[in-house]
Write a protein that binds this ligand. Structure first.
Ligand code: SF4
Ligand SMILES: [Zn+2]
Length: 182
């Protein structure tokens, strides 16, 4: 993947399978609540050449309705760490990779150059180290950073507790040794 990122490139839309006349019946199914329709729509996405671009577009535009890139609204919300009302959830709802379902520990944030971003010169991206998928989202990035910060804090606390136990053990041994009782 390159070190710069073009958020304005929408040329992938021309290859969208659901936009081809042969699949015109699928447009409605993309937004249906019927489980069978959803299943059919998702199956079409899995044969679409621009699935990654479509999924990335939905994530980058906070779209949490319909099926995009083979993912439904609940899966999109999860990746974006958004509640059903579209509100940001930073903690306790860490996203999985929306493409390969890798765990949050495999997701990391990074900064990329944004040549066509107008007043923004860089983009904060989330990258999956399992499948290489990456997307630009403030809410996903916040949730992923919060997850790693919480993990680092837990690790540091465990280390402090361990050091305290070792120090306590040493003090007890020193008290119990014959020389210390004189
Ligand atoms: S991935 Fe699915 S929703 Fe997206 S363009 Fe392809 S067929 Fe349409
Ligand atoms: Zn992934």
């Amino acid at each position: 993947m390159s070190d710069s990122y073009d958020s304005k490139d929408l040329s992938w839309g021309e290859e969208a399978l659901c936009a081809q006349p042969a699949h015109s019946d699928m447009r409605e199914k993309m937004f249906s609540t019927d489980p069978e329709d959803k299943h059919e729509a998702k199956n079409l996405c899995f044969t679409c050449d621009v699935r990654d671009e479509c999924l990335r577009y939905a994530l980058e535009n906070n779209i949490i309705w319909g099926i995009w890139g083979g993912k439904d609204k609940d899966e999109l919300r999860r990746a974006l760490s958004l509640s059903s009302e579209g509100k940001e959830i930073r903690r306790n709802r860490a996203p999985q990779c929306p493409r390969c379902s890798a765990r949050t520990s495999r997701l990391h944030t990074k900064i990329k150059d944004l040549p066509n971003g107008g007043r923004w010169t860089t983009a904060r991206m989330v990258e999956c180290r399992e499948c290489g998928f990456e997307w630009r989202s403030r809410t996903s990035a916040n949730a992923v950073d919060a997850y790693h910060t919480a993990r680092a804090e837990k690790r540091a606390k465990r280390q402090r507790d361990r050091e305290k136990l070792i120090a306590k053990g040493k003090a007890l041994r020193a008290t119990a040794s014959p020389g210390s009782q004189k």
